[in-house]
Ligand binder design. Structure first.
Ligand SMILES: Nc1ccn([C@@H]2O[C@H](COP(=O)(O)OP(=O)(O)OC[C@H](O)CO)[C@@H](O)[C@H]2O)c(=O)n1
Length: 324
């Protein structure tokens, strides 16, 4: 994995921290332990690791669910967010992706005016009906796009909004359960039609297509990030975005796209698709035992990215599609 040439730059990655000052618990299916307090300690260790890197990360990509929905129940949302964000104090810039747990704790309006809106000074988002998506270029030839996977959703959207109404219709067309958090089937892709997932609006898809067209022209290498995975082979299908197929066909129609990063499925996953795009679903900190960890540093080179994983996050060499 070692390379004689230094990378062009590096960046840190971490997902599903889901911090809460509560005792350990289990996931909904009772199959995985959740370490709510210890997730903060693992984030601190990740931060120490990034600070010790020879080439310090230019930024950290936080893939969503930074605090757990349980905070809302204890009226502790702001306190938990302040606690987690304080750990990042001495880090480089942090790019925050929004997941379902952001919306269990805060309204869209509150998120837009919070520290979790990292689009400030980028191409910014102005009102709560809009989607939270932006792009940035840390250095010449490389671009990152942050997507809003809950743009079409019944969590985080005002019940009076058109997006809520359309999302509820779509969800109910596919899921007839009274509790929409329960999947409509026990296996297969239809499982994704649950309330804790969401989708991308037509406007957001159009915007993404435009950003990627410009990146193609500029011959950039683009990494796209969202809380929800968009390739069925990179995740348990229950965690897929509702309209994953639409995003996927846009990504695959642009030569600039090299990698798609997501969280949500705490077991993690990886798949290289037919266009050579790497779909990386990051292991969640919340379900990582205290003696391990789940974060990485990505070393970006002209011809590939090298992920150096820690704990249960594996090392990976991500060659760019042109080098297939
Ligand atoms: N089968 C299920 C799963 C979940 N719920 C309820 O939905 C809410 C969110 O669940 P949670 O497990 O906390 O969501 P995560 O984002 O941490 O994880 C995503 C997937 O679960 C991973 O597989 C919560 O209120 C659950 O109680 C449900 O009702 N039925």
């Amino acid at each position: 994995m070692e390379d004689c040439k230094p990378p062009v730059f590096t960046f840190g990655i971490i997902a599903d921290i889901q911090y809460a000052d509560i005792d350990d618990g289990l996931n909904f299916k009772q199959t995985r332990k959740r370490y709510y307090r210890n997730s903060l300690r693992l984030l601190q260790k990740a931060n120490e690791g990034w600070n010790e890197e020879k080439v310090k990360p230019s930024f950290i990509l936080q893939l969503g669910d930074i605090i757990d929905g349980f905070n809302k129940k204890y009226d502790a949302s702001q306190r938990a967010l302040d606690t987690v964000v304080r750990v990042f104090d001495h880090s480089p810039a942090v790019h925050h992706v929004w997941g379902n747990h952001e919306f269990y704790n805060f309204t869209r309006g509150a998120l837009l005016s919070s520290v979790l809106n990292s689009s400030t000074n980028q191409q910014s988002v102005s009102d709560a009906d809009e989607f939270y998506a932006y792009h940035f270029s840390p250095t010449h030839n490389f671009r990152f796009v942050v997507l809003d996977a809950y743009d079409m959703s019944i969590i985080g959207r005002e019940q009076s909004s058109e997006k809520y109404e359309q999302s509820l219709k779509l969800l109910k067309d596919h899921n007839t359960n009274e509790d929409l958090n329960h999947p409509p089937v026990f296996s297969g892709l239809e499982q994704r039609f649950v309330k804790f997932n969401g989708g991308f609006s037509e406007d957001q898809l159009k915007w993404l297509d435009g950003v990627l067209s410009k990146a193609d022209e500029a011959e950039e290498k683009v990494t796209v990030a969202s809380h929800l995975p968009v390739h069925p082979d990179s995740t348990d299908p229950i965690c897929l975005s509702w309209n994953y197929n639409e995003v996927l066909s846009i990504l695959q129609s642009h030569k600039s796209v090299v990698c798609f990063m997501a969280g949500h499925d705490h077991d993690g996953g990886y798949h290289r698709d037919c266009s050579g795009i790497h779909h990386l679903t990051l292991e969640g900190v919340i379900e990582t035992p205290p003696e391990s960890n789940a974060y990485g540093t990505v070393h970006v080179y002209e011809d590939r990215m090298v992920l150096k994983g820690n704990g249960r996050m594996l090392d990976r060499v991500l060659e760019y599609p042109g080098n297939l």
